[in-house]
Design a protein around this ligand. Structure first.
Ligand code: XMP
Length: 517
C-alpha cells in the first residue's frame, strides 16, 4: 500500500481517498508509527499529511530522518512538507505571515515533474503559519507564492517531493494531477486499484475466510449492508442468508426496495421479520427521544437474535451451523477506532449490540478497507440499482425519531405520506444528489389552526429539514428553490389530511443536529 501518515489534521483520510482515486491502494497510519514498522509494511510510497502544529511547537510531531534513507518514495503535504524540510536539512521559518485559503501558485521554471505544463499561475488551497525558506540540498524548487518562496520541491532521483498547499482538496484544481504525478511518475507505483480488482480480491478473501461454512447478514435497507451482503453473496451464494427486520418505522416503499429490488438484483436468500406491532407496543406512551432510541435499538437486537436462533436451529438439523455474521464496517470506522485490526473488531462487536453467548459469530467485514464512494462503485459493479447505491442516509430508529411525541400507527401513516411527497418532488426536481438528506418531521404534539375548503382545521405541522453536508458532522440548511418548496407544501397540505402547515428548518449544524430527536 501507500501509507498516509496522519499528523492529526482532518486531511489524512481525504488524502488516502485521493491516492485511491489515482488507482493506488492506500492506508492511514498514525504519525508515531516507527520507521521500522513502516518499512516492514513494504509501502510503495509514503505521504506525510498536513497537521495543526508548527514544527517549532513543543512536542510537535517530527519525521524520523531515517525514513528518507529507507529507499521509500515520500511526498510531504503542508505540515508534512515542513517536517520533511527540517529532517532533510532545509530551513523552515516562523515568518509571522499566514496564508489561509485560496492562494495563487506561481510555477517556477519548467515546473519539474509535479507541475510541468500546468498554467504558470493557478489557484491552490493553503493553510499554514510557518514557511519553508530554503529547500534541502539537492532539491529543485518548482513553485512559489507571493508569501512563500518555496511552495513545492522535488528530487526525482531520490523519489522525494512535497508541496506547501493542500493538493487533496477541491479548491486546488490541479492537486489531484500533482498527486497522480508523484505516485505514477516519481514513485513509479502501478495503478491497479480499480473497482473490478476490489470486487475480485474481496470475493477471493471472503471465500478463503468462509470456505464451505454458512453466514448471516442483517439488512437495514442502507447502502453498506446491501453492498456487503451482495459481495458475500457473490462469493458464497446460498451459504448466505439475509435477515431484514421490518420495525414498522420505515418510509414508504423501503421494504419493497429490499424485498423486491435487492433480491432481484442479487438473488440473495432473504428472510423478512414483520415486527411492526412489537415495536409499536414497546414504544406506546414513550415521548423521550433517548428512550425511544434505546427501545428501538434493544428490540432490534432481540428480533434479530431470535431470527438468528431460528435459522441456526433449522441449519442445525442438516448439520450446517451458521458461523459468520456479515457486517458493513467501513474503512473510516476502522481508522477512527485505532486502525489496528484488534481495535476495530471490538467496535464491530459492539455494533451488533453484544449478542448473547449462545450466538457467537465470527465477523465477515468485506467493506473494511473501503471508503463510502468505493462502496457505491462496488455496489454498481455488482448490479445493485441506483436507488439502493445512492440512497441518502436514513437513521436506524427510522421515523420513530421523526415524530415529536408518542409514536402511533396513525401518526406513522401521516408522516409516511408527507415524507413520500417531499421525496417525490425532490427527485422530480433532480435534487437528490445535491442534498445530503431531507428529513420530514411531524410535530405530533403541536396543533395549529388552519382553513381548508370551507372549514376551520386544527391539524399538525410538519417540518422540512433539507441539509447539505460532507459527512454529517457539520451541515448547512439547503437553499431549496422556492418553486420546489411550494409544490411540496401545496401537495402535503392537500393530500395529507392531518397536516395543515408546512414549515422549513433553517438551522445549520451546529447548533442544530440534522435529526430533531
Ligand atoms: P444528527 O441528528 O446527529 O445526525 O445530526 C447525523 C446523521 O446520522 C443519522 N442518524 C443516525 N443513523 N442511527 C443511524 O444509523 C441513528 O440512531 C442515527 N441518528 C442519526 C442522521 O440521519 C444523519 O444522517
Amino acid at each position: 500500500p501507500v501509507l498516509v501518515v496522519d499528523y492529526g489534521a482532518q486531511y489524512a483520510q481525504l488524502i488516502a481517498r485521493r491516492v485511491r482515486e489515482a488507482q493506488v491502494y492506500s492506508e492511514v497510519v498514525p504519525h508515531d508509527t516507527p520507521v521500522e514498522e513502516i518499512q516492514r509494511r513494504n509501502p510503495a510510497a509514503v505521504v506525510l499529511s498536513g497537521g495543526p502544529s508548527s514544527v517549532y511547537a513543543d512536542g510537535a510531531p517530527q519525521v524520523d530522518p531515517a525514513l528518507f534513507e529507507a529507499g521509500v518514495p515520500v511526498f510531504g503535504i503542508c505540515y508534512g512538507f515542513q517536517a520533511m524540510t527540517s529532517a532533510l536539512g532545509g530551513t523552515v521559518e516562523h515568518t509571522g505571515t499566514r496564508e489561509y485559503g485560496r492562494t495563487e501558485l506561481e510555477v517556477s521554471g519548467d515546473g519539474g515533474t509535479l507541475h510541468a505544463e500546468m498554467p504558470g499561475h493557478h489557484p491552490v488551497w493553503m493553510s499554514h503559519g510557518d514557511s519553508v525558506s530554503k529547500a534541502p540540498e539537492g532539491f529543485t524548487v518548482t513553485a512559489a507564492t507571493k508569501d512563500t518562496p518555496v511552495a513545492a520541491f522535488e528530487s526525482v532521483e531520490r523519489q522525494l517531493a512535497g508541496v506547501q498547499y493542500h493538493p487533496e482538496v477541491v479548491h486546488s484544481p490541479h492537486g489531484q494531477e500533482v498527486l497522480r504525478r508523484f505516485l505514477h511518475d516519481i514513485a513509479k507505483v502501478r495503478p491497479q486499484w480499480t473497482t473490478s480488482s476490489i470486487v475480485d480480491d474481496t470475493v477471493a478473501a471472503i471465500r478463503e475466510q468462509v470456505g464451505e461454512r454458512r453466514a448471516i447478514c442483517a439488512l437495514s435497507g442502507g447502502v453498506d449492508s446491501a453492498v456487503a451482503a451482495a459481495l458475500v453473496h457473490r462469493a458464497i451464494g446460498d451459504q448466505l442468508t439475509c435477515v431484514f427486520v421490518d420495525h414498522g418505522l420505515l418510509r414508504a416503499g423501503e421494504r419493497a426496495q429490499v424485498e423486491r429490488d435487492f433480491v432481484a438484483a442479487t438473488g440473495v436468500r432473504l428472510v423478512t421479520i414483520d415486527a411492526a406491532d412489537r415495536f409499536l407496543g414497546e414504544l406506546a406512551g414513550v415521548t423521550d427521544p433517548e428512550q425511544k432510541r434505546k427501545i428501538i435499538g434493544r428490540e432490534f437486537i432481540r428480533v434479530f437474535e431470535q431470527a438468528a436462533r431460528d435459522l441456526q436451529a433449522e441449519a442445525g438439523e442438516s448439520g450446517e451451523h451458521i458461523d459468520f455474521l456479515v457486517q458493513g464496517t467501513l474503512y473510516p470506522d476502522v481508522v477512527e477506532s485505532g486502525g489496528g485490526s484488534g481495535a476495530a473488531n471490538i467496535k464491530s462487536h459492539h455494533n451488533v449490540g453484544g449478542l448473547p453467548d449462545d450466538l457467537q459469530f465470527e465477523l465477515v467485514e468485506p467493506l473494511r478497507a473501503l471508503f463510502k464512494d468505493e462502496v457505491r462503485r462496488v455496489g454498481l459493479e455488482l448490479g445493485l440499482p441506483e436507488t439502493i447505491v445512492h440512497r441518502q442516509p436514513f437513521p436506524g430508529p427510522g421515523l420513530g425519531i421523526r415524530i415529536i411525541g408518542e409514536v402511533t400507527a396513525d401518526r406513522l401513516e401521516t408522516l409516511r405520506a408527507a415524507d413520500a411527497i417531499a421525496r417525490e418532488e425532490l427527485t422530480a426536481a433532480g435534487l437528490d444528489r445535491d442534498i445530503w438528506q431531507c428529513p420530514v418531521v411531524l410535530l405530533a404534539d403541536v396543533r395549529s389552526v388552519g382553513v381548508q375548503g370551507d372549514g376551520r382545521t386544527y391539524g399538525h405541522p410538519v417540518v422540512l429539514r433539507p441539509v447539505s453536508s460532507e459527512d454529517a458532522m457539520t451541515a448547512d440548511w439547503t437553499r431549496l428553490p422556492y418553486d420546489v418548496l411550494e409544490r411540496i407544501s401545496t401537495r402535503i397540505t392537500n393530500e395529507v389530511a392531518e397536516v395543515n402547515r408546512v414549515t422549513l428548518d433553517v438551522t445549520s449544524k451546529p447548533p442544530g443536529t440534522i435529526e430533531w430527536e
